[in-house]
Design a protein around this ligand. Structure first.
Ligand code: TYM
Length: 346
């Protein structure tokens, strides 16, 4: 092709946007860990990427769920996505069980994933210790379903907190193995971690991750907590006997609060240290609580409006699932062809 024609084409053909996929389990009231490690960052990506976000209800049943609660939590999670600022015109938002291709691809990928690989997953080890009476096969193969979620959409990037990084790395290994046998099947995804907030710690034990399922309510701040509750929880947060607001490994409690404050205000650690120089922990904890509550109050208000309009949530989930299913079906058909499944002729 002539050079001028090539240049003209480059100017007129926009580069396709990179694709993003991520999800949250509807297993309880979401925490500021889920918000700062994942959902808040998703809202910053919606203009520059093609984003697909799923409520992963099939993952949720790897531990026992009350069915009525799971149904409610599924719509609540979708409502949190919207309330946090994900625009349904710009993002595809859907519920995992509405797109059967996830379970279908997971089966195929199960046959390309090694027992040893799954045994090494730290989340499997943690969860099987926690639910010793229910170490089911789904809990073990959970990362394979997650790989199917990501690979179905040929996602380039997967924005997650640090606890999910190992699963995204396994997804890459599975995809590379499959591609080595059947070339050009899957895009190899990369984990996409936020600059700060990849691991928000428990307010009661800062050596542990803040987790939705923590039984100590003071350990977690929920996205939907009201202002008084948020401030009370921060006031009770475990710190150390020192009284200097400084970031450091030896001060995990204060460092965690500084991370949370930094995520909500955009200030870096040096600025925060300066702001609280000569002030005690009481003032600092109050400021963290205020910053967190101020950021989350509009999310809670919008969430309540959305939950009052079930028909709207259902319409978002339906449109999202239709679009997701269209993309997913293309990948699944390709995989079925490659592995040698005969086509269904209607
Ligand atoms: P889940 O539901 O446990 O968490 C959802 C997202 O929140 C992040 N996160 C945190 N980030 C920082 N600090 C914390 N304390 C914290 N707690 C949770 C998680 O890293 C995650 O990004 N297996 C996934 C869901 C999933 C998925 C996927 C994610 C299923 N399929 C495909 C990405 C792509 C999970 O259980 O996340």
């Amino acid at each position: 092709m002539k050079l001028w024609l090539k240049l003209m084409n480059q100017e007129t053909t926009p580069t396709p946007k990179k694709r993003i996929f991520s999800g949250v389990q509807p297993t309880g009231n979401l925490t500021i860990g889920n918000y700062l490690g994942a959902i808040k960052n998703w809202t910053a990506l919606q203009n520059d990427y093609e984003c697909i976000y799923c409520v992963v209800n099939q993952h949720a049943i790897t531990v026992r769920q009350d069915p009525a609660h799971l149904r409610r939590a599924t719509y609540e999670t979708l409502a949190v996505y919207l309330a946090a600022g994900l625009d349904p015109e710009k993002n595809t938002l859907f519920i995992q069980s509405h797109v059967p291709a996830h379970a279908e691809l997971a089966w195929v990928l199960n046959c390309y994933t090694m027992f040893g690989e799954l045994s090494r997953m730290t989340q499997f080890k943690d969860k099987s210790a926690k639910h010793a009476d229910n170490i089911n096969a789904g809990l073990f193969t959970y990362p394979v379903l997650m790989a199917a979620d990501i690979l179905l959409y040929q996602a380039n990037l997967v924005p997650v907190g640090i606890d999910q990084k190992q699963h995204v790395e396994l997804t890459r290994d599975i995809a590379n193995r499959f591609n080595a046998i059947f070339p050009d099947t899957f895009t190899i995804p990369e984990p996409y971690l936020p600059r700060t907030g990849t691991k928000i710690a428990s307010l009661q034990d800062p050596t542990k991750k803040m987790s939705k399922s923590d039984e100590n309510e003071n350990a977690t701040v929920r996205i939907l907590d009201d202002k008084d509750t948020i401030i009370r929880k921060f006031k009770r947060a475990v710190t150390d006997s020192d009284s200097v607001v400084r970031y450091g490994e030896e001060k995990p409690g204060i460092s965690n609060l500084m991370t949370i404050y930094s995520c909500f205000t955009g200030k870096d650690f040096a600025e925060i240290e300066k702001e609280f120089d000569g002030k005690g922990y009481g003032d600092f904890k109050m400021a963290v609580g205020e910053a967190c509550a101020d950021a989350l109050t509009p999310v809670r208000t919008r969430f309540q409006e959305l939950m009052a309009d079930k028909a709207y949530l259902e319409s978002i989930a339906k449109a999202g699932a239709e679009h997701a299913a269209y993309i997913a079906r293309k990948t699944l058909s390709k995989v079925y062809r490659k592995v040698g499944f005969v086509e269904f002729k209607a």
